[in-house]
Design a protein around this ligand. Structure first.
Ligand SMILES: [Zn+2]
Length: 405
């Protein structure tokens, strides 16, 4: 696996803020875990990331590693055994034809817990007895699938040279067949065409990853919940840039994520671009609530249109702008919440998410164009048509005008 870096910090408002919306150098952000100051490293070669001002805390290293979210931070989410099993299972068409190797059965167990594979097993009579006896003991020794829990595995790890639980357990269990979930192939990146496809696929992998972490590293679930929640508060924005540039087209776009007002971002972006040209202007074309988590997927989908601007990323040609705007207008993106069955964490997550609704002032600032049309007496439909904003947005702005007056 490639080196893992910290890409989020906590801003003075207490929100998680991405490295991508933080200027290079000493920042006003702190590490989510140790609260030490962070420095944004945005060099040309290495992946952009945050470094601690001073020593990197231990927990941020572990936590960053354990909470690399597939389809957000990375596109790899399965380990080599899991990936190998799926590849062979698909290639050979049935479980029986897959030659087993050390680690295969455990990989299948994890895939089952993630919901990617369903498994039929036959159990020897002795294992059925063992399960019944375990059920009578105090403690949680078996999970919903009748497999050893972490507590049981840890107990036997402590007894390791004496008893090899895995060996005997597997000897008594035989996988007779497996079936790969339809979502697995449906949600491969190269099959995704639209923003709603991206959203569906990301939810699939977020869910699978959540369940995987619950099985392999439950201590990190709370941190993952925090990160999901942080991502959930990000909007996706599209900003149009025009000007006279050296070696760059006269107009291009920026696609990014932010928890803050897009017009605030716009000013920062224009400042970043100043060294590259003259008469630079910018305009916020779209802001989509909850869609910030799709940023990397959108970037990847548009990778052929990526436009490097010095060391700045996230700029694209206008080739697919029309497509992107119509997609953003048409699709409904809801907040992502982890799957049911983890109520404790889910509750804290919901509480934390504590949905920061945009204030009227923020709405009016963000959609100044719409507000002007409405104040000039245009109807909702007409204001929508003239501004190119969705009806839903125009209605929100109208409500904000009424609230503010
Ligand atoms: Zn730290």
């Amino acid at each position: 696996m490639s080196k893992i870096y910290l890409t989020f910090g906590i801003n003075p408002a207490g929100q998680w803020q991405s490295i991508s919306e933080t200027p290079s150098g000493r920042s006003n952000l702190v590490c989510p875990w140790c609260k030490r100051a962070l420095i944004a490293k945005k060099g040309r070669i290495k992946t952009i990331h945050f470094a601690h001002d001073g020593e990197t805390c231990r927990i941020s290293q572990d936590a960053t590693l354990q909470t690399q979210i597939p389809t957000y931070d990375t596109f790899e989410m399965l380990d080599t055994h899991e990936a190998r099993y799926l590849e062979r299972r698909i290639k050979y068409g049935s479980h029986k034809k897959v030659y087993s190797w050390d680690g295969m059965n455990e990989a299948i167990d994890r895939l089952e817990k993630m919901g990617i594979v369903s498994v039929e097993r036959t159990n020897e009579a002795e294992l059925i007895d063992v399960r019944a006896r375990l059920g009578k003991l105090d403690g949680q020794w078996l999970d919903d699938l009748g497999q050893p829990t972490k507590a049981l595995l840890d107990l036997f790890k402590a007894l390791d040279p004496l008893v090899d639980l895995r060996f005997h357990w597997n000897r008594c269990t035989r996988i007779t067949s497996t079936k790969i979930d339809r979502g697995y192939s449906q949600n491969q990146f190269d099959k995704l065409q639209s923003l709603s496809d991206l959203d569906r696929a990301q939810r699939y992998w977020f869910d699978a990853y959540w369940r995987r972490l619950a099985a392999v590293a439950p201590d990190y679930q709370e941190l993952l919940a925090q990160k999901y929640s942080a991502l959930g508060q990000q909007s996706l924005y599209v900003i149009h840039i025009s000007g006279e540039f050296e070696g760059l087209p006269p107009e291009f776009i920026k696609i990014g994520l932010s928890t803050r007002n897009a017009n605030v971002r716009l000013k920062e972006i224009l400042a970043d671009l100043r060294p590259f040209g003259q008469s630079i202007k910018g305009k916020v074309l779209a802001v989509k609530e909850y869609a910030g988590r799709l940023e990397r997927l959108v970037h990847r989908m548009l990778s052929q249109d990526n436009l490097p601007v010095g060391t700045l990323t996230e700029f694209f040609t206008i080739n697919r702008l029309e497509w992107l705007l119509s997609e953003l207008d048409a699709v409904t993106i809801n907040e992502y919440l982890p799957p049911e069955g983890y109520t404790g964490t889910r509750e804290t997550l919901l509480k934390r998410a504590g949905r920061r609704k945009k204030s009227s002032t923020e709405l009016l600032a963000e959609y100044e164009d719409v507000a002007m049309l409405l104040k000039a007496g245009k109807g909702i439909r007409e204001a929508s048509r003239l501004s190119g904003r969705s009806i839903n947005t125009v209605q929100k702005v109208k409500a904000a005008i009424i609230a503010a007056s």
